[in-house]
Ligand binder design. Sequence first.
Ligand code: AMP
Length: 368
Amino acid sequence: MIKLNDKYFKPFLREEQILAAVEKVANEIARDYKDEVPIFVGVLNGAFMFVSDFLKAYPHPCQVSFVRLSSYQGLTSTGIVETLLDIPQEIDGKSVIILEDVVDTGRTLKQLVHLFSQTNVKEFKIATLFYKSEVYNGEYAIDYVGMEIPDNFIVGYGLDYNELGRNLREVYQINQADMINLVLFGKPGAGKGTQAGVLKEKYNLKHISTGDVFRYNIKNGTNLGKLAKSYIDKGDLVPDEVTVDMLKAEVEKNPDAAGFIFDGFPRTAAQAEALDNFLDSKDMKVNATIALEADDDILVARLLERGKSSGRSDDQDEGKIRNRFDEYNQKTAPLKAYYEKQGKFHSVNGIGEIKEITERLSKVIEAL
Ligand code: AMP
């Protein structure tokens, strides 16, 4: 384990594995370009080590140049891609092969394709040492791939975390072992949102409320919002596939989170399984599922009271509220057994002062 800035990283790829991937790319390109002199364009800063080893492995005449773009700040992709170094002179009529250290969402790539679309190159190809196929949503084919890797934050072999780690010969991945991921469980009105708001501050966690994300999308008239609205208005659950994809996207937006509070998710067996598989693929897990328990009659009264000020139509009609309870009893309540089987289920009394309830939850969290 190594520490860079404030985070711990554990070994992921050994030097031999990396060099084998570099050689694979070099051999494939050499086979395709042996009869001409291509220009390799390295994408700075991350690709400098890859470019260096790549050129040593490339057996035919070639030229090399660099461009510099920037899209990462800290651990999150900010979405802003700037060009800091222009494309090389005299590339018209030549075959250009981009050398990228890693392709993830494809945002940087889009910018590169745009940059080179204004030139008269003979051919434009993309080679990347590492490829996160799970998160790539670009439209351009990646022509040469060294190796596919899961979507974990990595450093080393040219890649950095806040500028540290570029000089490492091996690749490391972020260590998620000290993350805390909680599922807050309970019927509508049990106080999940209120408690999540307190706990996220207390334990520095990222709060994801699927209900809030849906309402945000409805308010902004997005496609997701339009799709979810009809279900939510009736108090029915939104289909699993839609909800699961949305949840994943919310987690992906926060690669530097110290942990998550999932509020209102999972609500079905399929969602619980999808969450486990998804977290597992990121070397993460649910540490505990904590249920807030309260009687239906108290919950109905709470929701009707909330409905007066929240503007939520699903809180203003007892029929819709009872339908949400039915959905809960049929689809969500069975998850108790799912988490009990994993030894992760805890329940606390959800009746009392907000502070008291926070204390009950904290006791469970601190015992983890
Ligand atoms: P909430 O704010 O958690 O009470 O959620 C409000 C509504 O959003 C629910 O009644 C559902 O229609 C929808 N919703 C929220 N989370 C989920 C989920 N995990 N699966 C399906 N539907 C959900």
